[in-house]
Design a protein around this ligand. Structure first.
Ligand SMILES: [Zn+2]
Length: 121
């Protein structure tokens, strides 16, 4: 089980399984947030949230969710497409002990849209 919660505890997320790897992306928003993402099908994630704000821009393919009280960005969701909706949980909202053994992969969302560890594969 992966658990994540914002700083004040008003937003909590949990999943049945730990991810096999997590992603650090350098795109314009992920770089600012400093998030490290774990991806799941949205219907496998339990969310308890008192009050969330969302942010989207450009083509509005993703919605970033943050706690209204403490401002932490806890997750983003894909805007539904082809019947599959993805959620990305910000593992920076998890206890460090819970994720310390999980591989972090760097994704070049700013430029090539590839994982940097697979560029030469
Ligand atoms: Zn909060």
């Amino acid at each position: 089980m992966l658990k994540a919660q914002c700083h004040c505890g008003d937003v909590k997320l949990s999943t049945p399984d730990l991810p096999s790897d997590i992603t650090r992306c350098n795109c314009s928003i992920c770089n600012r947030i400093g998030a490290v993402w774990a991806y799941y099908p949205a219907n496998t994630v339990t969310i308890e949230a008192k009050a969330l704000s969302t942010y989207e821009w450009g083509q509005k393919t993703m919605q970033f969710h943050r706690c209204n009280k403490c401002g932490c960005t806890t997750h983003y969701t894909s805007v539904e497409d082809n019947g599959y909706k993805q959620i990305a949980i910000n593992t920076k909202m998890s206890e460090p002990d819970q994720i310390k053994s999980i591989l972090i992969r760097d994704f070049d969302g700013a430029d090539t849209w590839q994982y940097l560890d697979s560029k030469n594969a």
